[in-house]
Design a protein around this ligand. Structure first.
Ligand SMILES: *Cc1c(COP(=O)(O)O)cnc(C)c1O
Length: 403
C-alpha cells in the first residue's frame, strides 16, 4: 500500500475494530463493588471486569503496592532474575502443591503454554502422545491453539486452517471420555466450572474419574482455572473442593486484581520439559504484575476472603433461588461461591439491560444464562441490594414479555 494523505481525526469509536459488542456505557471510576459512569450514574458491579477485579475497585493496599512498585521498577524482562516473580512462584507452589510456575499475561497464553508443555513433555520422553482432549462448551482462549481447544464452534468460524491434535467430548460423560482416550492422548484439559460456556460444573465423580484415567494411562490432567481460580469458588483453587490435584494448572483473570498476569503451574517432573529457550514471554512475570498478584494473595488471606466468598455465595444463591421460585422464566441457579449462573428459558440480553437500568452490572454466559461475578470482598448488604435489583428487573422483564 502506498502512503496516502493523513487520516483526519476519527470519532473515537471509529478508530477501533468492531470485535466487541460494547454496551453504551463509559465507566470512569470505581470504589469497592461500585463503579460510576461518565454521566455520574452509579452501578453495583457484579461483573468485576469478567472475574478480574478480585478485590473490587481502588483497593487501597493494591493501589499503594502498584504505585510503590512503579516508582522502583515496572519491567526489566526475563533476561534477569526478578525477586517479585520468584516470591510469587514460591507462594503459588505452597498454595497449589505444584512446584514450578511459568508467567505470562493472559488466560489464553497460560493455556497455550500448558498445551505446549504437555506436548514437549511427551516429545522429550520419546513418546508420540500429542492429542489434547477438551470438553464441548468449554472456553480456553482466542489464540489459534486455544480457540481450537475451545469446545464452541462460534469462536472458530473463519479461522481455519486450525492446528491439529484436539478432540472434544461432552462434559460429565465418563464413558465417552474413556472411549476417546488413545495411544496418542497427551492431556485432558478441563475447566472445573465452565464459565463462558454457561456456568456448567464438572461433577466430583467425573473429575475423580478423569484423575484415575490420567493416572492409569499416563496422561496429563490439566485444569484451566483462569476463571475459577484465586478464590472465586470459595477455595483458592476450585479443584480443592474435589480433593484431587492436576498435573498442570492455568490461572489468569483474578490473579492480578486487574493488572494483566497469567501463569501455568506444573509439577516438577512435567515442568522439566521447559528448558532454557523452549518457551517465553517478554512481559510475563514482570515486577509490576507480580507485585499486584502478591498483594491480591495477601489480601485474600488477611481479609479472610475465602470465608466471605463462601458466605456471600450462599447468600446470593439463596436469594436467586427465591427469585427462581417466583419467576417462571428462571430455569435453574448454578455455580459455586461467587461464580453464579441463572439460566432462563429465553435470551437474557434484555434482562441484562434492565438490570443495568436499575443500577446493577451483570453479564451473560451463553444466550440464556445470566452470570454474576462480584468482587470477593462484596458485602452482605451489596448482595441483598443486587438480589433486590434483579427482582425489580425480572418483574419488568416479565411485564414486557406480556405486553
Ligand atoms: C477468560 C478465560 C480464558 C481466556 O483468558 P484471556 O485472558 O481472555 O486470554 C481462558 N480460559 C477460561 C476458563 C476463561 O474463563
Amino acid at each position: 500500500m502506498r502512503l496516502g494523505p493523513p487520516i483526519p481525526t476519527l470519532r473515537r469509536m471509529d478508530a477501533l475494530m468492531d470485535n466487541y459488542a460494547r454496551f453504551p456505557v463509559r465507566l470512569a471510576r470505581g470504589q469497592g463493588s461500585r463503579v460510576w459512569d461518565d454521566q455520574g450514574r452509579v452501578y453495583l458491579d457484579f461483573v468485576s471486569g469478567i472475574a478480574v477485579n478480585t478485590l473490587g475497585h481502588a483497593h487501597p493496599r493494591l493501589a499503594d503496592a502498584l504505585c510503590n512498585q512503579a516508582r522502583r521498577l515496572i519491567h526489566c524482562s526475563n533476561l534477569y532474575r526478578i525477586p517479585e516473580q520468584e516470591q510469587l512462584a514460591s507462594k503459588l507452589a505452597t498454595l497449589s502443591g505444584l512446584e514450578r510456575t511459568f508467567f505470562c499475561n493472559s488466560g489464553a497464553e497460560a493455556n497455550e503454554a500448558a498445551i505446549k508443555l504437555a506436548r514437549k513433555y511427551y516429545h522429550d520422553m520419546g513418546s508420540r502422545r500429542r492429542t489434547v482432549i477438551t470438553a464441548t462448551q468449554s472456553f480456553h482462549g482466542r489464540t489459534l491453539l486455544t480457540l481450537t481447544a475451545t469446545g464452541q464452534e462460534k469462536v472458530k468460524r473463519g479461522f481455519d486452517p486450525l492446528p491439529a491434535g484436539f478432540v472434544h467430548v461432552p462434559l460429565n460423560d465418563a464413558e465417552v471420555l474413556e472411549r476417546s482416550i488413545g495411544s496418542d492422548t497427551a492431556a485432558i484439559l478441563l475447566e472445573p466450572i465452565q464459565g463462558e460456556g454457561g456456568v456448567h460444573e464438572a461433577s466430583i465423580s467425573y473429575l475423580h474419574h478423569v484423575r484415575r484415567l490420567c493416572d492409569e494411562n499416563g496422561i496429563l490432567m490439566v485444569l484451566d482455572e483462569v476463571q475459577t481460580g484465586i478464590g472465586r469458588t470459595g477455595h483458592m483453587f476450585a479443584y480443592e473442593r474435589f480433593g484431587i490435584r492436576p498435573d498442570i494448572l492455568t490461572l489468569a483473570k483474578g490473579l492480578g486484581g486487574g493488572v494483566p498476569i497469567g501463569c501455568m503451574l506444573a509439577r516438577e517432573q512435567v515442568a522439566s520439559a521447559f528448558g532454557p529457550g523452549s518457551h517465553g514471554s517478554t512481559f510475563g512475570g514482570n515486577p509490576l504484575s507480580c507485585r499486584a498478584a502478591l498483594t491480591v494473595l495477601d489480601a485474600i488471606e488477611q481479609e479472610d476472603l475465602l470465608r466471605n466468598v463462601q458466605d456471600r455465595g450462599q447468600q446470593l444463591m439463596q436469594g436467586l433461588k427465591a427469585l427462581a421460585r417466583r419467576f417462571p422464566c428462571v430455569r435453574e441457579i448454578r455455580g459455586q461461591g461467587l461464580l453464579v449462573g441463572m439460566e432462563l428459558d429465553r435470551d437474557v440480553a434484555r434482562l441484562i439491560e434492565l438490570a443495568r437500568g436499575h443500577g446493577l452490572l451483570v453479564l451473560s454466559a451463553g444466550a440464556q444464562v445470566l452470570r454474576l461475578l462480584p468482587p470477593l470482598n462484596v458485602s452482605e448488604r451489596e448482595i441483598d441490594e443486587a438480589v433486590a435489583i434483579l427482582d425489580a428487573a425480572l418483574s419488568r422483564f416479565t411485564e414486557e414479555e406480556q405486553e
